[in-house]
Design a protein around this ligand. Structure first.
Ligand code: IPE
Ligand code: MG
Length: 252
């Protein structure tokens, strides 16, 4: 059984408050699908298909590792710069996932939400998303958030625009507006994992990662297993999270 240090630490009043998930919030930048496929002489779409399998494995393993919220970066707003065929293949995989996994999510107590823009998605996919969200809304074991056509900067910008209209200005109310923009809420990320060798945030959860611990792996996303997730959570458990305060050993 893994032990986590999940004490909710005092956040200084100078910092905007942000909701804290009851278990761990793990966010994953699942990078390396294309390279995985290319290195095997396969089309990039085969890498995305293998990546979707990886996502299934990780979603299955998450609750027993103490993960209560899992946010996966499925499609970045910047990914529209890719050839339409590749983006469409990713969107088709998402649609397929919703079609095959929604019942499974209900059975497993998984609540599914999408964060990101929806207006550029095909109408049939938008409908499938809304249906899956409604069907899984009662799930309490794991909150699975798929980031699709997502840009953290854009989300923060939209929240800032809406904030103009808020009469009671406070850090909490800004967080609430951001949560509205996200629909799927806005909770502090505890652990951010990025596969595929790059070490950058790529416009993912900029606000929520303010105090996140980062684990970067060379491994490409299709090769990522439940054991890798467990190892990352263990590594997280060994980090001392001070949020700017002194480490316990020094503070006494
Ligand atoms: C990550 O894999 C998946 C998405 C961005 C949708 P990539 O497609 O970025 O794979 P690489 O980085 O080209 O290997
Ligand atoms: Mg990439």
């Amino acid at each position: 059984m893994l032990m986590h240090h999940l004490t909710i630490q005092q956040i200084s009043t100078a910092q905007p408050a942000i909701a804290q998930a009851p278990g761990l919030h793990v966010a994953i930048i699942s990078d390396g699908n294309g390279r995985w496929a290319t290195s095997r002489g396969l089309p990039r779409s085969a890498g995305h298909r293998a990546g979707a399998e990886s996502a299934r494995r990780v979603i299955q393993a998450a609750p027993r590792l103490g993960i209560h919220t899992l946010t996966l970066f499925a499609l970045s707003s910047a990914n529209w710069k890719r050839p339409a065929a590749e983006v469409n293949a990713i969107l088709r995989l998402l649609h397929e996932y919703l079609f095959t996994e929604t019942t499974h999510c209900i059975d497993e107590g998984v609540r599914l939400s999408l964060i990101g823009r929806r207006d550029r998605l095909p109408a049939t996919l938008r409908q499938a998303i809304a249906d899956s969200e409604a069907a899984t809304a009662k799930g309490t074991r794991l909150h699975l958030r798929l980031a699709v056509d997502y840009s953290a900067r854009e989300a923060i910008y939209h929240a800032a625009c809406r904030f103009y209209k808020v009469t009671e200005l406070s850090p909490e109310s800004f967080s609430n507006v951001l949560a509205e923009v996200h629909r799927g809420g806005s909770t502090e990320v505890d652990l951010l994992i990025r596969t595929g060798g790059e070490q950058r945030l790529s416009d993912f959860l900029l606000w929520e990662c303010a105090f996140a611990e980062f684990v970067f792996l060379q491994k490409r996303w299709p090769d990522f297993t439940a054991a890798d997730l467990e190892a990352a959570v263990r590594e997280f458990g060994q980090r001392e999270r001070t949020r700017g305060a002194l480490p316990d050993a020094i503070a006494g």
